[in-house]
Design a binder for this molecule. Structure first.
Ligand SMILES: N[C@@H](CCC(=O)N[C@@H](CS)C(=O)NCC(=O)O)C(=O)O
Length: 210
């Protein structure tokens, strides 16, 4: 089924959840307008369309707002078959791709917590919270590196949502935790990421990021 809709995606260039969804739309060549809208900016329309006040928010032609990022990714994937990013017929393969997404989203969640702590005044930061979440990120990175091995793609022999989600998480780690040398710890993950970074979708999604 081809879609003729022009959807509107609200987001920012730094949000890893937004990047994941942008990569899905770009890889599937789905027509959409990407509108930079930071929820905390005065004048943001995010809270008007998504009661949670979060990005990404995808607005359809009939004004339906789709959130959050796994729901957007899954919906967008049904709009055409070029390519299919979430396996449809093989229940186990589908679960594995969604599990990769959960791992990537979990890395994003923990990195956002660490970032939120670190921008608080020093006396208000909770070092234990930062440590817990940084450890979760380290464990998750070791886990995905082991799972990926020397493979070209996270799941199966072609690109899936798993690759797009993981790449988005790693871009965010590079942005917020440049001191974390995950490439040295996980060289095969680094090689995979370098190949992902060559994709047009990644180049477009990175273009606006300072
Ligand atoms: N689980 C959500 C997380 C979305 C999220 O937390 N987005 C952040 C930006 S990275 C946000 O909009 N935060 C609200 C704010 O900045 O006020 C998803 O996957 O879409």
């Amino acid at each position: 089924m081809e879609s003729s809709m022009t959807m509107k995606l609200l987001g920012t260039d730094t949000s890893p959840y937004v990047r994941k969804v942008r990569l899905v739309l770009l890889e599937k060549n789905l027509p959409h307008d990407y509108l930079v809208d930071a929820p905390r900016d005065p004048g943001s329309q995010v809270a008007r369309v998504n009661p949670l006040g979060r990005i990404p928010a995808l607005i359809l032609d009939d004004a339906t707002c789709v959130f959050d990022s796994p729901v957007i990714a899954e919906y967008a994937d049904t709009l055409n078959d070029t390519p299919i990013l979430i396996p449809r017929d093989d229940a186990l393969a589908r679960m594995r791709v969604k599990r990769w997404e959960a791992l990537a989203d979990g890395i994003m969640d923990s990195a956002v917590v660490v970032r939120t702590e670190r921008i608080r005044a020093a006396e208000k930061q909770e070092p234990g919270n930062i440590e817990r979440h940084n450890e979760a990120i380290s464990r998750a990175l070791a886990y995905v590196a082991e799972l990926l091995g020397a493979g070209d793609f996270c799941e199966g022999a072609a690109l899936t949502l798993a690759d797009l989600a993981l790449a988005s998480a790693l871009v965010y780690l590079d942005l917020r935790q440049p001191e974390r040398d995950w490439r040295a710890a996980h060289p095969t993950l680094a090689s995979w990421f370098a190949r992902m970074a060559e994709r047009d979708s990644m180049k477009v999604s990175l273009a606006g990021q300072s």
